[in-house]
Design a protein around this ligand. Sequence first.
Ligand code: NAD
Length: 420
Amino acid sequence: MKSSRIEGFYRLPVEERLEKVAEFANLKEEEKEILFKTGSLPMDIANRMIENVIGTFELPIGIATNFLIDGKEYLIPMVIEEPSVVAAASNAAKMARFKGGFKTSSTGPRMIGQIQVAKTNPHLARLKVLERKDEIIEKANEQDPMLVSLGGGCVDVEARALQTIEGDMLIVHLIVDVRDAMGANAVNTMAEAVAPLIEKITGGRVYLRIISNLATYRLARAYAIFDKDAIGGEEVVEGVLNAYAFALADPYRCTTHNKGIMNGISAIAIATGNDFRAVEAGAHAYAAMNGYKPLTTYEKDRNGNLVGTIELPIAVGTVGGSTSVNPIAKVNLKILGVKSADELSRVMAAVGLAQNFAALRALATEGIQRGHMSLHARNLAISAGAKGDEVEKVVEILVKERRIRADRAREVLEEIRRRG
Ligand code: NAD
């Protein structure tokens, strides 16, 4: 049996790593080439981004159109593998324009760094920490003069006693304004730096020093009024309200409801080189703070129009992380035209709301399959080997027959080729 224990794999140049993997997995020349051929993310940059790199991975960038947010026009780059998402967002944004598009707000970019203190009297230690808050803030801010010079930095310290299965603990929170950064590195550095001081103050033992992805001080909000006639009339309004009620009452539905929101939000996070796992974790944890609930709400205004709102933590940066390194992320940020991380997070909230509204409207009316399936049919046609004009021909037949299946795509393609 071949061994996955490859000594010094990380030290090898990319080509040699790829060679080792090819040997292990019996990759053919053309398969190696698929991995090694980069697009706009050069191999030397990729190789510095993570460890043990053997290639890059591409996904489509689609542009969602029609977004009017706080009176400003936006084109939204979305990186996603799932068909229908970009079209749905564009469509919802078009409908939102009738009543002025999306309006947004936020709490500002404040992240929480957690410091776990064990082996202490948590209640007394809490008061001692709060007593010396200024000293702790000063120590934290010494770590990042750049951030402080930009108007950010540690702005507050919180502390709370926590009962755990390992006994009572004190949990200290550094509240850090991270400006245009996602902030994890900045906050983690601060949390590590103040740990010895916290140990001295509390007489306890510090263990974890790490950012929290439940960024409750970094909330992005958006709302839109969807004109009842523009979205298809009273029936559609009632349908969406019913869909929302279902999600509010049932976590099985609510998970999918929130997943649809994240289709939009994560696609922008990826397009801009942001940590989409951080955004996803924060979103779902926020949704679960009082029992798992939808991140959006819907109600009817007195004229019968549908009012949608969204609120969730969105910790994203326009500097730092891979955003500053990946050339594709930089171009996508230029297309978005956002001036700050805060603006980016508010745009993402608006797109999340648009995405959710589009999904609920489709579900409450014709179902999502019709739109979805023609795009799915395209993927099947391409997987079956259709090239150029053949793709549309195969799609047309599959959709007309309502037999959108891989086996049928292959048959149809053969028929088309036979007919010439
Ligand atoms: P970073 O350290 O690359 O950049 C932030 C730094 O950039 C700041 O500390 C500041 O000194 C400087 N800076 C320059 N201009 C700035 C501006 N206008 N606004 C703010 N800062 C400015 O990145 P980061 O944002 O601190 O960390 C993000 C990275 O951390 C991501 O790659 C993420 O994947 C990773 N990470 C995440 C977690 C987590 O989410 N749990 C944990 C560890 C690491």
